[in-house]
Write a protein that binds this ligand. Structure first.
Ligand code: FMN
Length: 304
């Protein structure tokens, strides 16, 4: 009998798929819809203390092999979001609250508010590559990462995951820092800082000039990061980056992921992608004689 359920520390999911942050889950209706899609959990858009408009258009370019986006963390702020989230409960699946801030106090404040609203876990956005003073700018500084994770862990009683940036040669050191600070898991990876230029207009296409590359193009980088992390840390790893089908999901799990998130592929294939991945995963496990996801997690390391 095949079982797809996984445990991320104290958080149990009925299958290993999660909706990635920033994709759809900005309001109650979308969160509810995503929760009905078959996903094992839904991560909200990253929320800050105050509302943010984000950058002017264009903010998203489809390259065919991936997207480049520089949304600029648009969000309604925690007060408005609280009203949205109220309407999203009760949810069929756990909702993970993604938060961003500039220092440990802001993260702790947002984490406490999210916990009070009923989210099952937190995801700390220490990895957005295109918002000044936020995300990756903190996420490449081990001291900042330590203080933020520590402070949030001391402020809440729900699991705290930290989303890592691949825009550093120190992703392993940062993940070890998260583990030392008491973090419950890491999410790898956020987008890669990237750029696209229009040869007709002779200028960068994105209003913000730089953005984050996601989708198919970044899968081998995500796989490499998860593989490296698995060799170096003992807390769960959530793999994300370019997962479009069940084979991509299995690859991430074999690299060492306990669960996986799907972002850009939802834009291409709609929320159906969750059921397609779950069904494919179940068929593959049956065929290969696996009964639990944990039997697959990290198997690629046995041949290293
Ligand atoms: C349009 C868009 C908006 C995003 N917004 C966020 C966000 O608010 N917070 C965050 O942590 N990641 C955000 N991400 C990154 C995704 O959650 C994910 O890490 C990344 O896209 C790689 O996964 P994918 O290749 O499946 O899209 C965003 C990605 C896209 C494409």
């Amino acid at each position: 009998m095949v079982s797809l359920d996984v445990k991320l520390g104290a958080l149990s999911l009925e299958n290993p798929t999660m909706l990635a942050s920033g994709i759809l889950a900005e309001n109650a209706g979308m969160i509810r819809l995503a929760a009905l899609s078959g996903a094992g959990a839904v991560v909200t858009k990253s929320i800050g203390i105050l509302p943010r408009e984000g950058y002017p258009n264009p903010t998203l370019v489809d390259l065919g092999f991936g997207y480049i986006n520089a949304m600029g963390l648009p969000n309604p702020g925690i007060d408005e979001f609280e009203k949205e989230l109220e309407d999203a409960f009760p949810s069929r699946v756990p909702i993970v609250g993604s938060i961003y801030g500039t220092n440990p106090d802001e993260f702790a404040f947002l984490g406490t508010r999210m916990e009070a609203m009923g989210v099952a876990a937190l995801e700390l956005n220490l990895s957005c590559p295109h918002a000044k003073g936020y995300g990756m700018e903190l996420g490449i500084d081990a001291d900042a990462v330590y203080s933020i994770v520590r402070k949030v862990k001391n402020s809440v009683n729900i699991p705290v995951f930290t989303k890592l940036t691949p825009n550093t040669d120190r992703i392993t050191d940062i993940a070890k820092t998260v583990e030392r600070a008491g973090g419950d898991g890491v999410v790898a990876i956020n987008t890669l800082k990237a750029m696209v230029i229009s040869i007709d207009f002779k200028r960068p296409i994105l209003a913000n000039l730089y953005g984050g590359l996601s989708g198919k193009a970044i899968k081998p980088i995500g796989i490499r990061c998860v593989y490296e992390l698995y060799e170096n840390i003992h807390i769960p790893i959530i793999g994300v980056g370019g997962i479009e089908n069940w084979k991509d999901a299995v690859e991430y799990i074999m690299a060492g992921a306990t669960a996986i998130q799907i972002g850009s592929a939802v834009g291409k294939k709609g929320l159906n992608v969750f059921r397609q991945i779950i069904n494919g995963l179940r068929r593959y496990m049956k065929r290969e004689g696996y009964t639990t996801i944990s039997e697959i997690t990290g198997v690629a390391h046995e041949f290293s």
